[in-house]
Each structure stands twice: as C-alpha cells, then as structure tokens.
Design a protein. Structure first.
Length: 149
C-alpha cells in the first residue's frame, strides 16, 4: 500500500511539474524570439478584446472549479469507494484533472499575452499559477485526503 501511495504522489508531482515546465517553456520561447508571432495581433482591437475576454472567463471558471470541485468529488466519489486501490486511482485521476483545469488558463493566457501583448492575459496566467500552488501534491496531503493512517 505504501508503495502505491509513493507512486501516486510521484505521478502527481510529475503532472504539477509539467504545468510549470510548459508555462516556462512558452515564456522562454516568447522572450528569446522562438515564438514568431509576438505582437502579431496587437493592433487588432477586436481580436485583443475577444482574447482578453476568453482568457478572463477561463480563469474565472477554471480556478474556482479546480480548487472547489476537487473537494466535492473527493467527498462524493472517492470516499464512497470500498477498494483503497481504486480510490487511490481515482484520487490521482481527479488531481490530474485539477491540474489540467489550471493549465488551460495558464497556457491560453501566456499565448494570448505574446500574440496580443495584453497584460490582462498575463495577469490571468499569474492568478492561475498562484492557484496551482495550492495543489502541490505531497504524501502527507494524500494520506490526509484519503483518511489513511
């Protein structure tokens, strides 16, 4: 059982690291000129407005969903499961979904920033990345959430 917990935590830490690595990679590409379209749509007011609106709505929906929905799913779906192994698998799956929910506004915000040169997009990215810090996986947190002694 302990081996499965360690493997689950390693998977969750890997997913968390992928989120930050993808964000960092896009920023490095954008800042070093590897992203050819930097500012390509900055003069198109409609495109900037549309992109800012989409990124703000994604952030406003995904961040609370990632932080609150997990508690509901854990209480309703995971705790009701009788098999510990199956419950652990569901915990990993829903934790990964939570990271993916946060990855959507992060990646859209960074790409929107480089395409539109919009600071609203980068602000939304910072909000989602800050929210991801509340999702850092640990063995202690997993045991607490799964009520394992």
């Amino acid at each position: 059982m302990e081996e499965n917990i360690i493997q689950a935590v390693a998977t969750l830490k890997r997913n968390f690291a992928y989120l930050w690595f993808a964000a960092l990679l896009i920023v490095i590409l954008g800042e070093t000129g590897g992203f050819n379209l930097t500012g390509a749509y900055a003069d198109n007011v409609r495109a900037v407005y549309f992109t800012e609106t989409i990124v703000i709505l994604l952030t406003a929906c995904c961040v609370p969903a990632a932080l609150k929905l997990f508690a509901w799913v854990k209480r309703k779906k995971i705790d009701a499961d009788s098999s510990t192994q199956k419950a652990l698998g569901q915990y990993v799956m829903w934790s990964s979904v939570r990271i993916l929910l946060l990855a959507v506004p992060v990646l859209c915000g960074i790409i929107g920033y480089y395409l539109m040169q919009s600071t609203s997009c980068i602000l939304c990215t910072c909000i989602a990345l800050t929210a991801s810090l509340f999702c850092i996986p640990s063995e202690k947190q997993l045991k607490k959430d799964m009520m394992i002694d």
